[in-house]
Design a protein around this ligand. Sequence first.
Ligand code: ZN
Length: 95
Amino acid sequence: MTKIYLTPKLTTVLPGHGKTTDYLHRFKLREEATCICGNEDQTMDHIIFKCIKTKGQRDILKHRINKKNKLQDYKKRINNQVQKSVNRIYRINRL
Ligand SMILES: [Zn+2]
């Protein structure tokens, strides 16, 4: 299990209370809710999943997650192979 370290920024992003234009617009601190990309309102979901301005960061994150998953799969395969080898040794030696 991976431990997540909470930071002030993360605790505002998770419930969608970050300083997005959509959030500021709801509290009448900004005239428009539209994102700087001009495609739709700037919600946290838009920034994280859709915005073309954050695509580069999104791609880097996806790459890192895929790389980590591949490493975990590799470790599982190695662990399974070690377990099989140990079982085989136990069977051969009738331990
Ligand atoms: Zn956008």
